[in-house]
Ligand binder design. Sequence first.
Ligand code: HEC
Ligand code: HEC
Ligand code: HEC
Ligand code: HEC
Ligand code: HEC
Length: 259
Amino acid sequence: MAQIFHPSTNVLAQVSLVAVVVLPLGLLVGGSAISRSPWNTKVNVPKDQPAPFSHQHHTVELGIDCRYCHNSVEKSPYSNVPSTAACYTCHSQIWTNSPLLEPVRNSIASGAPLRWNQLHTVPDFVYFNHSIHVNRGLNCNICHGPIQKEMITYKGRPFFMAWCLNCHRSPEEFVGKREDVFSVYKKNQFEQPVIDEESKNSESELERAKATHLTDEQAARLEGKEYTRTEAELDEGKKLLSKYKVKKQQLTDCSVCHR
Ligand code: HEC
Ligand code: HEC
Ligand code: HEC
Ligand code: HEC
Ligand code: HEC
């Protein structure tokens, strides 16, 4: 039988097959690498802010409670950043001549609020609720990274859907006691090391934290690190889930986050 296609079309077919199958795959992999890169997700990338606010100074060194400034975080679906008035209760008295505080003074004088650029966001089509998470004893650092020790605030996590779902699938790995959410920062600041002089003076905050009465889990979370719970801790987590009446099966329903 006569050949309908010249043998060279075979090569052409192979090349176009490669183009059709491999190229889009490459684009997909490359594209998702880009969409997951810090350049796109802005994780660990600082944003310009109207004043150089340091969490390290204010929360670790001065020990101000998160709720002094983020006072809606445990009561409302939305957290908030503080008004200039919250800064001025102190900065009308202390560090009053600091050039770094000029924007705060200007804001008070002019009445124009400081416009902080929000770092952590989910898209508009996603529903999120702060108070319910905080009331299930989820530590701020699980979602925001080691924010309390940052001199400039960074975004600690990319809020991919898979990341939300990872916890919604097995919340017993994360839930904790409600009262520990904020007390852990006080503990980190005030509790005296038990014995170990070496750990106390260590460079690493994790080592220092371990030298206090913080649990291994708390110490790891404070650093924004992953932590795998022990069997006993998981049992505790499961008990808390039933105490909180969390309906685990429904937590992964699309309608929980897409309403
Ligand atoms: C409870 C009191 C208090 C509150 C509230 C407070 N600060 Fe401070 N702030 C201080 C103290 C004390 C220092 C000095 C800390 C140090 O140098 O260790 C300071 C230091 C600073 C500095 C560094 C000044 C310099 O010259 O080094 C800046 C900037 C600053 N605060 C901004 C703010 C902003 C913005 C707010 C509001 C969001 C705020 N502070 C709220 C007590 C406070
Ligand atoms: C003295 C006031 C003050 C205290 C206390 C404070 N913060 Fe903040 N926080 C701010 C200000 C001002 C901003 C916005 C500027 C910035 O991003 O640095 C902010 C930003 C944040 C953000 C990022 C918000 C965004 O844009 O996505 C998180 C998360 C956060 N704080 C968590 C905490 C936690 C956790 C604590 C307690 C350990 C805490 N803060 C204590 C003033 C405060
Ligand atoms: C389960 C994860 C999770 C936990 C736990 C969590 N947050 Fe958030 N936080 C988020 C998400 C998601 C956003 C973005 C919400 C949005 O886009 O509306 C956010 C946003 C914020 C903002 C920005 C608000 C603004 O208007 O600029 C602040 C401040 C904040 N969180 C503080 C805290 C503090 C303080 C705690 C601990 C008491 C905490 N968060 C615990 C997930 C979390
Ligand atoms: C570390 C664990 C954890 C992470 C991360 C987490 N969640 Fe949750 N979330 C929970 C738990 C636990 C509950 C269950 C609360 C209950 O039913 O008592 C919950 C409940 C919810 C609810 C239900 C609120 C309501 O009113 O019924 C929404 C919405 C939600 N989460 C959205 C999100 C989104 C969006 C993200 C990611 C940006 C996220 N969550 C990340 C643990 C987490
Ligand atoms: C725990 C919260 C949560 C649940 C449950 C959830 N999503 Fe999402 N979803 C998110 C978040 C956060 C984003 C935005 C971040 C991202 O794109 O990864 C998102 C994004 C999406 C997007 C847009 C993707 C994109 O690339 O733009 C689609 C489509 C989607 N979700 C579908 C679903 C479906 C279908 C289900 C049920 C099987 C579901 N989601 C369940 C949190 C959730």
